[in-house]
Design a protein around this ligand. Structure first.
Ligand code: HEM
Length: 209
């Protein structure tokens, strides 16, 4: 996988657990590389070794590490030069999920050896998206669940993600049922009204002077 992914794993660990934890993980994974180059490709096995070692050092399951990494990735890409692309991909969670394939197609220009996932989204009913995930790789489904959670945070939307079909159990591909609820406009209005009240009070205070 591209070095950008391994780099982001390192940054996630350092920002949440400190440099020492990352050094321990690198040692445990028998990693000789000190710095990953974002645009170089590395064997997938190296990423899996890092995830396994992170689980051992941090006492988490590999699935928990992958989930946390998915959540972190959404934030990471937007501060590493890809925010414009993220913005182009949608203003709401369902819109963004529908555009995941376009997003990765656009990235193919910058990453010539890209082996991207394929996604397909359908909406069986209001506030539910079923996300179909196809990959040539194994074991990344927990990362997708974390990615959806991270996207929910990005769009201020509560999500409940259920893994309804698993490739690891013989299905053709993984499928997730995502129930979502946008944090209501009423909450925002309530905040705005409070803010306005505060401003009115300020004006009152001013007019008394
Ligand atoms: C602008 C933002 C993004 C960038 C720069 C980006 C970039 C990448 C890169 C470089 C890879 C490694 C592929 C390879 O080395 O062959 C990858 C894989 C992946 N990306 Fe994205 N990505 C972005 C957003 C997303 C989002 C929002 C999702 C949400 C579902 C996502 C889902 C995945 C998955 C699941 C993989 C693993 C590959 C596989 O399943 O085989 N990505 N992405």
């Amino acid at each position: 996988m591209y070095g950008l992914i391994n780099k982001a794993i390192g940054e996630m660990v350092c920002s949440h657990f400190g440099e020492k934890a990352w050094d321990d993980i690198r040692r445990q994974a028998e990693l000789e590389i000190r710095e990953f180059v974002s645009m170089d490709t590395y064997p997938d096995d190296l990423t899996h070794r890092l995830v396994k070692a992170a689980g051992e050092v941090l006492q988490l399951s590999p699935a928990q590490v992958m989930h946390a990494f998915g959540e972190y990735w959404v934030e990471f890409v937007s501060k590493t030069g890809y925010e414009a692309l993220m913005e182009m991909s949608g203003d709401t969670l369902p819109e963004f999920l529908h555009n995941l394939d376009d997003l990765h197609t656009r990235l193919g220009v910058s990453f010539p050896e890209f082996c991207p996932p394929a996604f397909q989204a359908d909406e069986p009913n209001e506030h539910t998206v079923n996300l179909h995930y196809h990959s040539e790789r194994e074991g990344l489904a927990p990362m997708v669940m974390g990615l959806v959670k991270g996207l929910g945070d990005r769009f201020d939307t509560e999500v409940d993600v259920v893994h309804i079909q698993q490739k690891s159990e013989g299905a053709d591909h993984d499928e997730f049922s995502i129930q979502y609820r946008e944090n209501s406009a009423c909450d925002i209005n309530a905040r705005d009204i409070n803010a306005r009240d505060m401003n009115f009070n300020d004006v009152d205070e001013e007019s008394k002077r």
